[in-house]
Design a protein around this ligand. Structure first.
Ligand code: T46
Length: 128
């Protein structure tokens, strides 16, 4: 988890994502996921080369990361912190509270060839 620069005063709070300031990659793309129906999951795939920083900018959700040997769950519920997800990690984003917004900063442009969408292919790729 990476703490983000955060500024709070009587008007409220602001947290900042700035390339190379605590974010150890070049940010090429930002997207956000919202209006998630209850019980739905996102992700369930791996990236070969892409680094990501995931922030719960509203609400909370769980990111399950799996390196092919071990699964670890992170509950994201604080917009002042981002979870770094390394390349070669299977990730599932789940258990969203209503109104959640999942913001993702990525080290790459959208590239369908960077995805591994079948878990067995992921395990084979990890072995290779
Ligand atoms: C990830 C999780 C957390 C695009 O055309 N451009 C984009 O930049 C993205 C991210 C998606 N798309 C299209 C591809 C699909 O037709 O949007 C549709 C939904 O994408 P996907 O099923 O990959 O969405 P998620 O939420 O399962 O996964 C996304 C990211 O793709 C993925 O990298 O880690 O969020």
């Amino acid at each position: 988890m990476i703490p983000l620069p955060t500024f709070t005063d009587s008007r409220g709070s602001m947290s900042v994502l700035e390339q190379f300031d605590r974010i150890p990659f070049d940010i090429k793309r930002i997207y956000w996921i919202y209006d998630i129906p209850q019980g739905e999951e996102r992700g369930s795939h791996a990236h070969k080369n892409q680094y990501q920083l995931i922030v719960a900018v509203a609400g909370s959700f769980t990111v399950e990361v799996d390196d092919g040997e071990k699964q670890t769950n992170f509950r994201l519920d604080n917009p002042t912190h981002g979870l770094m997800v390394m390349p070669g990690t299977w990730r599932t984003v789940k258990d969203f509270t209503p109104g959640s917004v999942c913001l993702v900063a990525s080290s790459d442009y959208y590239n369908v060839d960077d995805y591994i969408r079948e878990y067995n292919d992921f395990l084979d790729w990890k072995k290779g």
